[in-house]
Design a protein around this ligand. Structure first.
Ligand code: ADP
Ligand code: MG
Length: 259
């Protein structure tokens, strides 16, 4: 190849930000020519590699921005351990239709039964499918907005929780909110209503949300909006952590006894 054409080609690829094509072009062309590949095949391969690399880096970036604390995948969730969860419901949720339909999910149940795991797993699938997602806890979200409100940045903080296509608000009810916090919580729910989807997890049933939000009327306004288009998954059963620990301990003592 003419050296002027060669350097213009690489420079144009860099300007157009076709970085993957730019980096694989030389070695690929060499092998493609020796394998007598057609121009169409060569172009198709190069474009496909560029697209794959871009998709992977976009997923990585969205995952980083999501603030998911621990990556938990639905494929690693043992549904046989938690028979109260209807597999068909989970299958439907995994289709992510709820995001296209701007519906919500509420995962209810005691500690250790996998609420955070399922919420995180769904968020990671949403990210893989091209949606933006953000993970927070009820307490953290409200405290951040309160601090922002006192510094006159509330709009910016509110946007963080209002914009993502999927928001996970974990651990509602572990800590009760004060009046200002409850009002900010209501504003987020209200901003997202019928625009974006939210997954809530809580160890408290809906009857107790009045206490969490320290106001029954506000709680019913919040629940009205959340539950209007919503799948509620009520998980009953044992804590995976405790059952797993108990099993490991009994395995340990059996091994200890036989030695
Ligand atoms: P919760 O949010 O309901 O308190 P978590 O989702 O944090 O519970 O689960 C506690 C731990 O147990 C996590 O490490 C989670 O990955 C694991 N876990 C819970 N249930 C299951 C399950 N059915 N299969 C696999 N791991 C599970
Ligand atoms: Mg949890």
């Amino acid at each position: 190849m003419d050296s002027v054409v060669y350097s213009r080609l690489h420079s144009n690829l860099a300007i157009m930000k076709l970085n993957t094509v730019d980096s694989i072009l030389d070695s690929y062309l060499e092998s493609a020519i020796s394998e007598e590949k057609s121009f169409t095949e060569i172009l198709d391969y190069l474009m496909d590699q560029e697209l794959k690399a871009r998709t992977a880096s976009a997923i990585e970036q969205r995952t980083r921005l999501s603030a998911i604390p621990v990556k938990k995948y639905l494929d690693d969730f043992d549904f046989s351990f938690q028979p109260s969860i209807d597999k068909n419901v989970v299958k439907e949720l995994r289709s992510l239709r709820f995001i296209n339909n701007t519906e919500n999910i509420v995962l209810l149940g005691p500690a250790g039964i996998g609420k955070t795991h399922i919420a995180t797993g769904l968020a990671l699938e949403a990210i893989r499918a091209g949606f933006s997602a953000y993970f927070t806890t009820g307490h953290k979200m409200v405290e951040k907005m309160k601090r922002a409100a006192h510094r006159d940045w509330l709009d910016r903080a509110m946007a963080v929780y209002s914009r993502p296509k999927l928001l996970v608000v974990d651990e509602i009810g572990y800590l009760p909110l004060d009046r200002e916090g409850a009002n900010l919580f209501f504003q987020v729910v209200s901003n997202r209503y019928e625009k974006n989807s939210t997954i809530f997890t809580s160890n408290k049933n809906f009857g107790e949300w009045g206490e969490i939000l320290c106001d029954d009327i506000l709680a019913s306004a919040v629940l009205d909006r959340i539950l209007h288009h919503c799948t509620v998954v009520n998980i009953k059963g044992d804590s995976y952590r405790i059952r797993n620990r108990a099993r490991k301990m009994s395995e340990g003592s059996r091994k200890g006894g036989s030695e």
